[in-house]
Ligand binder design. Structure first.
Ligand SMILES: NC(=O)c1ccc[n+]([C@@H]2O[C@H](COP(=O)([O-])OP(=O)(O)OC[C@H]3O[C@@H](n4cnc5c(N)ncnc54)[C@H](O)[C@@H]3O)[C@@H](O)[C@H]2O)c1
Length: 334
C-alpha cells in the first residue's frame, strides 16, 4: 500500500484523483491546491481527506511515497524536483517539463535516487492506441507513407503555454509510441489572435529520413471538435476517430500499386480498394489503467515505458516545434 499525494485539483486533477482512488495498493492521503475553492471541491469529493494549499507541506510529508503533479506546465519542474529530492516517486502531467534541460535534470535526479518518473501521456493507455501499436508492430500497414492528426476545437485556453505545448504532447507521444522510427527534424507554422503572445493555431510536421512524414494540426479556434488520425501504408490504411462512439478505428485494405516495368515515363499506378474492418478495442478508462501501471512499476521496481526518457523525447519535439514556429517554419534538426 502506497500513500499518494495529489498536487493540483483544477480541470484534470479530479480525474487523476478519482482513478487512483480505490485502486488496491493506493491510498490518497492529501490533496493540495493553492486555490481554496478547488480545495473545497476536493473535500466534497473525498470527505475527511487532508488538504493543503502549500505543495511543500504535501511533499514534506514523510508518509507519502508518491506524488501526482497535476498543475500547469510551468510548475512541473520545480514540484517534481522537490518531490524527487524528498524521495517520492512522481506521476507528472504531460508535458514533463517546459524545456529539454529541465527534463534531463529530472531524469538524472530520479536515476540517482532510484525513483520512478511516469509522465501522464494518457492516450498511450487507450484501447485505440494499444490496437494501433499492435497493428504497426506487426507490420499490418506495410511501409508507412504518412501520419496525419487533427486535434482541434474551441479549446480550453491554457494560461502559461501555447497550443503546441498544450495539445501536441498528445500527438508526439502517440506517434513516438506507435511509429517504429524516430523523426530527424521538426517544422511548425502558427499564429495567435488575442495579443497574449501564445499561439492558438499551429501546423506541425515531423520529418523522417525514409520519406515517411507526420503532420499535426493543433488548434483552439475550431468551431467543431475533431480528433482524427490517419496512418497510411502501402498495404493498408487506418483511420482513428477518437470521438466515434463505436468503430473508433477503421482499417482499409486500400493501397497504391506502382509498376515501372517500361521506364519512368510509363509509370503504372493502380489503386487497390478492398474491404474495411473495425477491430474491437478495449474501452477501459485509460487513466485507470495508467494509474494501476504506475503502482505496479513502483511495486516491481520496473521502469515504465512512459518514463522520463519518453517524456524527454516529447519535450525535445515540442521545443523544436516552438523554435521553428518562432523562426517562420525553419527546419529544426532533433
Ligand atoms: N493527460 C491529459 O489528457 C490532460 C488533460 C488535461 C490537462 N492535462 C495536464 O494537466 C495539467 C493541469 O491542467 P488543468 O487543465 O487541470 O489546469 P487547471 O488550471 O484547470 O488546474 C490546475 C490547478 O493547479 C493549481 N495550482 C497551480 N499551481 C499550483 C501550485 N504551485 N501549487 C498548488 N496548486 C497549484 C491551480 O490552482 C489549479 O486548480 C497540465 O499540465 C495539463 O497539460 C493533461
Amino acid at each position: 500500500m502506497i500513500d499518494i499525494g495529489i498536487i493540483g485539483f483544477g480541470y484534470w486533477g479530479p480525474n487523476v484523483a478519482r482513478n487512483f482512488n480505490g485502486l488496491p495498493g493506493a491510498n490518497i492521503t492529501c490533496i493540495c491546491d493553492r486555490d481554496a475553492k478547488r480545495l473545497k471541491m476536493a473535500t466534497a469529493a473525498f470527505p475527511g481527506l487532508k488538504t493543503c494549499s502549500d505543495p511543500m507541506e504535501l511533499i514534506g510529508d514523510d508518509g507519502i511515497g508518491a506524488v501526482a503533479i497535476v498543475t500547469p506546465v510551468s510548475t512541473h519542474f520545480d514540484l517534481a524536483k522537490a518531490a524527487l529530492e524528498r524521495g517520492k516517486h512522481v506521476f507528472v502531467e504531460k508535458p514533463l517539463t517546459s524545456s529539454v534541460r529541465q527534463a534531463e535534470d529530472l531524469i538524472d535526479l530520479a536515476r540517482r535516487n532510484g525513483l520512478i518518473i511516469m509522465v501522464d501521456h494518457t492516450f498511450l493507455f487507450t484501447g485505440a492506441v494499444q490496437k494501433i501499436k499492435e497493428l504497426l508492430d506487426a507490420g499490418e500497414l506495410g511501409d508507412l507513407f504518412f501520419y496525419d492528426s487533427v486535434r482541434v476545437n474551441l479549446g480550453l485556453y491554457q494560461h502559461d503555454v501555447n497550443v503546441i505545448w498544450d495539445l501536441a504532447p498528445h500527438d508526439f507521444s502517440i506517434m513516438s509510441h506507435v511509429v517504429p522510427k524516430e523523426p530527424v527534424a521538426v517544422t511548425a507554422l502558427g499564429t495567435e489572435h488575442f495579443g497574449r503572445g501564445k499561439e492558438d493555431v499551429a501546423f506541425i510536421a515531423a520529418h523522417f529520413d525514409n520519406g515517411f512524414i507526420a503532420h499535426f494540426h493543433c488548434n483552439w479556434l475550431s468551431p467543431v471538435k475533431v480528433r482524427r488520425t490517419l496512418i497510411s501504408g502501402n498495404r493498408k490504411m487506418l483511420v482513428w476517430d477518437d470521438l466515434a462512439s463505436d468503430e473508433k478505428i477503421k482499417i482499409y485494405d486500400r493501397g497504391v500499386d506502382v509498376r515501372n516495368d517500361r521506364g519512368i515515363h510509363e509509370l503504372l499506378v493502380s489503386y487497390r480498394s478492398g474491404d474495411m474492418h473495425a477491430p474491437r478495442i478495449s474501452n477501459v478508462e485509460a487513466l485507470r489503467t495508467e494509474a494501476s501501471y504506475f503502482l505496479d512499476c513502483i511495486e516491481k521496481n520496473q521502469t515504465p515505458f512512459n518514463d522520463g526518457e519518453a517524456g524527454l523525447k516529447v519535450v525535445r519535439m515540442l521545443e523544436a516545434a516552438d523554435r521553428s514556429l518562432k523562426l517562420d517554419g525553419k527546419k529544426i534538426r532533433l
